[in-house]
Design a protein around this ligand. Structure first.
Ligand code: SF4
Length: 307
């Protein structure tokens, strides 16, 4: 799944270069077998297996790791040492609660009734060792925040990513962090607001993420709140602040707004292509600017519907 966006031709080329598979091979079965063969050696030679934790149960002291590929089962059953890294918010109170969350996770993620491998751990394998690392990494801070506390409910199902029009168009790599999409824009900005100040602004505020979230995190509102925090703490770049000040003035004056729209449409229609598509404008490298319309909506409305 993490490499689902990579074409089989590119995988074939990479495997040929790195693993010595046949040149030009693109058959998925052949490539999968080559990967398995190579990875099996690594699994057999590893001295420790590291997994995450999807849920831990306070009542039993056990925890569950969910994968559809079974990779974590192989990683934890071959080496003697298992290290499980767990965010402190993963704890559910009772075993009876676990079933609810396991079903919620799989249905919201891929529509499956349950993840293919939902493995329960209650201790180390025979003659082995099990270490559970409880990770805070800003979670306590989040717990103390009235505005963003509920984002700790996230079960990482990715439903909000799959429905987000920005994520679907831009892809996970454009977020520059491991947790992408709407929830990633909240959690990463909390961890390092200076570095990720642009993420809450990528949102179109369409509200789709909040509708699909199975644990009812109010994602659009939190993204909006982040914008307020960023402005109040002066973490947005000066150029953006100045632009917003000018836009605020224009948007408050309907006549000026109408004139600015006409001016921008005329300039864009007449400007040579290099104004948008040049080396200095990263936006234009992979996009086409739609042709500006002849008239604004308000002009159209006046012409068709009267004053
Ligand atoms: S925020 Fe909600 S929808 Fe998004 S990954 Fe977390 S639980 Fe799933």
């Amino acid at each position: 799944m993490p490499a689902i966006h990579i074409k089989k031709e590119d995988v074939g080329e990479l495997f040929h270069r790195e693993l010595g598979t046949a040149a030009g091979a693109t058959d998925p079965t052949y490539l999968t077998e080559a990967a398995r063969h190579r990875l099996r050696e690594k699994f057999l030679g590893a001295e420790a297996g590291i997994t995450g934790v999807n849920f831990a149960v306070a009542e039993t002291g056990g925890f569950v790791v969910c994968t559809n590929e079974g990779n974590s089962d192989l990683g934890t059953s071959l080496p003697k040492l298992h290290i499980a890294s767990m965010g402190i918010e993963k704890l559910v109170p009772r075993l009876a609660d676990l079933g609810v969350f396991l079903r919620l996770l799989a249905r919201s993620a891929t529509g499956q009734p349950i993840t293919a491998y939902s493995t329960h751990y209650h201790g180390p394998r025979r003659d082995g060792e099990l270490h559970i690392v409880l990770v805070d990494n800003g979670r306590s801070r989040l717990l103390g925040s009235d505005d963003f506390r509920s984002s700790l409910r996230c079960i990482r199902c990715a439903a909000c990513l799959n429905t987000c029009p920005v994520y679907r168009r831009s892809g996970g790599h454009s977020y520059g962090v491991s947790i992408a999409g709407p929830i990633g824009s909240i959690l990463n900005t909390e961890r390092d607001p200076r570095r990720h100040e642009s993420l809450p602004y990528a949102c179109s505020l369409c509200g789709s993420c909040g509708d699909v979230c199975p644990v009812k995190i109010d994602l659009p509102n939190q993204l909006l709140t982040w914008r307020k925090h960023l402005v109040a703490r002066r973490l947005t770049p000066g150029s953006k602040r100045r632009l917003m000040r000018v836009l605020g003035k224009v948007l408050r004056r309907p006549r000026l707004y109408g004139w600015a729209g006409r001016f921008a449409r005329t300039v864009l229609r007449r400007a040579p292509r290099w104004v948008v598509y040049n080396r200095l404008n990263a936006w234009g490298r992979q996009r086409d600017l739609p042709a500006p319309p002849q008239e604004s909506f308000r002009e159209w409305y006046r012409r068709n519907r009267g004053a």
